[in-house]
Design a protein around this ligand. Structure first.
Ligand code: NAP
Length: 457
């Protein structure tokens, strides 16, 4: 894939970039490794000051960087601005809390025959971050903010279609005051990842993206015995039971599905509705999906902008067309929009059977699949019938049912009567093929630490 800004609203190539040469990659690795030696000795207070300064810049520049994200990947301008501000919050959260999160864990020394015994969190070193385009800033910041506060340094290989967002990130972090080499962007294709990951100066990697990319990075890292965090795909269930507030559930279901033009790992993708309320929920949901405005992401009235890439729209189209050819029903949408840009409408598909690829695949666009479940057991079976296990949503006011969903849905998170959202305060990650490890909260910052056992006799 060439490294370029291609406007998904028009399909036009705006700017192309040359990939970093092997000399430039070598220089970046040398700089990172050298910088880490001194950066690891900086204090939490110093790092926190640079983090807050970076957050100040992000807030001041939110409109400009939002326009850049919209240009590069088509998210609505209002959601892009919200993303920039969320990143500022992420920097501040770790600036204010990292020291407490990484405090020594003291144990009763007498039980281990010592005068002092504790676990100390120390930084690991140079970490490679391979990141996706769908939240061009936030996906990176939720790695970078805790990693930098822990005393690590980062090298970013961002998705090839968001090079300007990638360059902005390294620039804003440098302007925030972080010493040169703490956080560098390398414009490279995915083919260059293996060499960097195998370099002894790189100690660990984090990848957010698709399952094939995760598998490849994990295999190389495994071969090198290096730690990885993987945040991969999802096909989150959204279960609606009879006791739910159906109007509210339908309203949230729409947001949960079409957020970020339908391209979010934690978007609710499969709507599993109890038979007693299926027809009523389906009507409420389809009416709301039908009412969404698809168009220019810069227009404040737009709900859904274009998909980020031409290939992405093709993938969505193929999944829908195949399901329909095999007997699924289109309840709204279902056909690409004419004209330039990679637009696809809000779509609801019913009558999906386990034989269809859509039953198990992740549909990365504004397409909801609707399932009818006879009871809670069947609802949970359908919810768990994919290889993914990222987020999950369940709507019910019944305490016993809430507990069943909390206990039995196979996912890294479950949200009852609400939609899945990433919060700085809560761990984020998946089980099954949705990934390994956790981001955010104290769990996220500890991923790239050496938990050093200290025993003093
Ligand atoms: P992708 O194709 O896997 O790309 C993600 C990143 O990995 C890009 O930087 C890409 O570089 C790189 N990459 C691709 N193949 C690689 C390989 N074999 N070796 C090393 N690097 C490789 O994913 P995407 O289509 O951009 O993003 C959508 C996917 O990300 C969805 O499945 C979504 O659910 C998932 N996602 C997960 C989370 C989460 O937190 N769990 C969050 C957001 C997105 P190039 O651009 O140069 O190919």
């Amino acid at each position: 894939m060439s490294i370029a800004t291609i406007d998904p609203t028009t399909g036009e190539t705006v700017k192309t970039f040359a990939a970093a040469t092997s000399d430039e990659i070598e220089a970046a690795l040398a700089r990172a490794s050298e910088r880490w030696r001194s950066y690891r000795k900086t204090t939490f207070a110093e790092r926190a000051a640079w983090m807050h300064a970076t957050a100040d810049l992000l807030e001041a520049e939110a409109d400009d960087v939002a326009a850049l994200m919209t240009l590069e990947m088509g998210k609505t301008l209002k959601s892009a601005k919200a993303e920039a501000l969320k990143c500022a919050k992420g920097f501040r959260h770790y600036a204010d809390n990292a020291e407490a999160m990484l405090a020594d864990e003291v144990t009763d020394a007498t039980k281990v025959g010592a005068s002092q015994a504790y676990a100390q969190y120390q930084p690991l070193g140079v970490v490679l971050a391979v990141m996706p385009w769908n939240f061009p800033l936030w996906q990176v910041v939720r790695f970078a903010a805790p990693a930098l506060m822990a005393g690590n340094v980062g090298i970013l290989k961002h998705a090839s279609n968001v090079p300007q967002s990638a360059l902005y990130l390294a620039d804003v972090i440098a302007r925030g005051g972080f010493p040169e080499g703490c956080f560098q962007t390398l414009l490279i294709g995915s083919g260059a990842v293996e060499g960097i990951l195998r370099d002894p100066r790189v100690v660990a990697a984090t990848l957010t993206g698709s399952e094939p990319a995760g598998r490849s990075v994990a295999a190389i890292a495994g071969d090198e015995v290096k730690h990885t965090v993987l945040e991969l795909g999802g096909s989150d269930p959204f279960v609606v039971m009879p006791s739910a507030d159906l109007a509210k559930a339908a309203e949230v279901a729409v947001t949960a599905r079409v957020q970020n033009n339908g391209q979010s790992c934690i978007a609710a993708k499969r709507f599993i509705v109890h038979a007693d309320v299926y027809d009523e929920f389906a009507k409420l949901f389809v009416d709301r999906m039908n009412a969404l405005r698809v168009g220019d992401p810069k227009d404040p009235d737009t709900d859904i902008g274009p998909l980020a890439t031409e290939q992405g729209r093709k993938d969505v189209e193929e999944l829908v067309d195949q399901a329909v050819a095999d007997g699924a029903t289109v309840m709204c949408g279902g056909k690409r929009l004419d004209g330039p840009g990679w637009f696809y409408p809000a779509t609801v598909i019913g009558d999906i059977t386990p034989e269809m690829e859509m039953y198990t695949a992740e549909v990365f666009g504004p397409v909801a699949s609707l399932y009818r479940a006879a009871d809670i057991d069947e609802a949970i079976d359908i919810a768990n019938a994919t290889t993914f296990g990222l987020g999950a949503n369940a709507w019910t006011t019944d305490d016993g049912e809430q507990q069943r969903f909390i206990d039995d849905i196979e996912a890294g998170g479950v949200f009852i009567n609400g939609m899945t959202i990433s919060y700085n305060e809560l761990p984020f990650g998946g089980v099954k093929r949705s990934g390994t490890g956790r981001e955010l909260s104290a769990h996220g910052i500890r991923e790239f630490c050496n938990i050093k056992t200290v025993w003093v006799g």
